[in-house]
Ligand binder design. Structure first.
Ligand code: NAD
Length: 300
């Protein structure tokens, strides 16, 4: 790999765009593709090179990074017989940062291997604020050698890179984490609404809780109550964060994984059902902190 790398970046959404911009800032040549023309314009404004197709973006790239919504998008990018793998230069490294099913990750990695390419799963934790600040945590499913190849690039977008195990293991770690995050967001909402309904100022309550035994990362960096944290998505009408439908997808993947392993995910199942109801009520695209509204109505 030379000093300046040609990197293809597929999927420039809430997470992918700031990650791609951090690579541009670190001096890499970033060729981006997204279905959204607005996202391509943003990339161009930041100094990246917008492309008309994924195929054009990967042409001559030394690394391909994808940050797509769900398994089916990653499957169609890498596993389709006419997909981009036919056009990626041999010796390139493929890094999928999307949160998808471990089985799809393993399948894509196997197909890549058959094409003589290294592919790793590298889902992230940290949300849009960390994506912008370049402080994401990457959870890696790969061989040690594959990780060593990807590490310099990952360090330009994140502050921690953790090897979880072989192909698919990064996804399994991510699903465990997000099941916990979904449960915590509901629990935080429930507790704050209880305080408000009983006369507490939510800022004061969260200040107390953040310094007490109920403290948790979701409360510190994703506070669901509007106005408590000006940086949280809740303070901009639940826009530009982690969508309810993405959390619903991750909880579904966690439940699927629990069924496959014969384990219980009692709270995870409850959380999935509550997020499903919230999504069905028209909140699918809002930040997942908007489940705060589920508890807003006084029942008695
Ligand atoms: P997003 O919906 O904002 O972005 C996805 C982007 O992919 C969109 O811009 C969309 O136009 C694009 N896209 C869809 N299909 C495409 C295709 N075929 N070719 C090119 N582009 C395509 O989602 P996001 O919030 O950026 O999340 C991306 C992934 O990261 C998801 O798997 C999500 O679960 C995970 N994730 C999100 C967060 C978060 O806080 N938002 C945090 C950690 C992980």
């Amino acid at each position: 790999m030379g000093d300046v790398m040609k990197v293809a970046f597929i999927g420039l959404g809430n997470m992918g765009l700031p990650m791609a911009i951090n690579l541009v800032r670190a001096g890499e040549q970033v060729y981006g593709y997204d279905l959204s023309p607005a996202a391509l314009r943003e990339l161009a404004l930041a100094g990246g090179i917008p492309c008309d197709s994924a195929r054009q973006a990967v042409d001559g790239a030394e690394a391909v990074i994808s940050m797509l919504p769900a398994s089916r998008h990653v499957h169609s990018l890498y596993c389709h017989p006419d997909g981009v793998l036919n056009f990626v230069a041999r010796g390139s490294i493929l890094i999928d940062c999307s949160t998808i099913s471990p089985a799809t990750s393993r399948q894509a990695s196997k197909i890549a291997e058959e094409c003589g390419l290294d592919m790793i799963d590298a889902p992230v934790s940290g949300g849009t604020q960390s994506a912008q600040a370049g402080t994401l945590t990457f959870m890696i499913g790969s061989t040690i050698e594959q990780l060593a190849r990807a590490q310099p690039l990952l360090e330009k977008m994140g502050k921690r890179v953790v090897h979880a195990g072989s192909s698919g293991a990064g996804q399994t770690a991510k699903l465990c984490n997000n099941m916990l995050l979904g449960i915590l967001m509901l629990a935080n909402s429930e507790a704050i609404q209880l305080g408000i309904a009983n006369g507490l100022d939510p800022k004061t309550l969260c200040d107390i809780t953040n310094n007490s035994s109920g403290a948790n990362c979701a409360l510190k960096t994703n506070n669901p109550c509007p106005g408590v944290d000006p940086m949280a998505a809740s303070s901009r009408d639940y826009t530009g964060g982690f969508a309810v439908d993405l959390m619903l997808k991750d909880l579904g993947l966690a439940i699927e994984t629990s069924l496959q392993s014969g384990t219980s995910a009692a709270l995870g199942s409850l959380a999935r059902n509550l997020f499903a109801l919230h999504s069905a009520a028209g909140n699918g695209e809002r930040d997942f902190g908007s489940v705060f509204d589920l508890y807003g109505r006084r029942l008695a």
